[in-house]
Design a protein. Structure first.
Length: 174
């Protein structure tokens, strides 16, 4: 008799515990200071460009995360900071090397652990065929990740040239 009276109570307790376990906790309040992260990322990107223009490859690559990945049109991917340093040393050895960026934007993840930097660029270097200076324009996208020490480092960098401007359309004949 006691078992038949306890069964509904036990079932009710188990059901209530199950429902409580399934209940979603209140969403954690976001504490990331996205404005501060945006400023930090832009400052890092601008300092990296300044280091490149000063031909300081070590300082420029110092903004890389250890397992950074670089994707550059027409070149094999760079898969770590050491490979990036070797390629960067070649780039800045070019006497015509100069890099500018514009139209910078930064999107910060709500969690505050990643940021996406986007900019247009103009790169001047020596054309390997003509041996004369040439300028390439394109888009630069950098994924930054916060590191264990709180610093922001380049996890992924994608450089994509936009190619020459399209030819103007021929005037319509009447």
């Amino acid at each position: 008799m006691i078992h038949s009276k306890l069964a509904p109570i036990a079932l009710s307790v188990i059901l209530a515990a199950s429902l409580a376990a399934c209940a979603k906790p209140e969403a954690a309040k976001l504490t990331a200071d996205t404005a501060k992260i945006t400023d930090t990322v832009k400052t890092n990107a601008q300092a990296m460009v300044a280091a490149l223009n000063a031909r300081d490859a070590e300082k420029a690559v110092g903004y890389d995360a250890p397992q950074t990945v670089g994707m550059f049109h027409g070149a094999p991917n760079v898969n770590n900071a050491a490979q990036d340093l070797a390629m960067t040393k070649q780039q800045v050895a070019d006497p015509a090397f100069h890099l500018t960026v514009a139209d910078e934007t930064v999107d910060v993840a709500q969690a505050g652990d990643m940021a996406l930097y986007k900019a247009t660029y103009a790169y001047t270097g020596t054309d390997p065929k003509t041996k004369k200076p040439m300028t390439e324009t394109g888009n630069w996208v950098i994924q930054y990740k916060v590191q264990g020490d709180g610093s922001w480092k380049v996890a992924t960098s994608v450089v994509s040239d936009t190619g020459p401007a399209p030819a103007a359309a021929a005037p319509e004949k009447k």
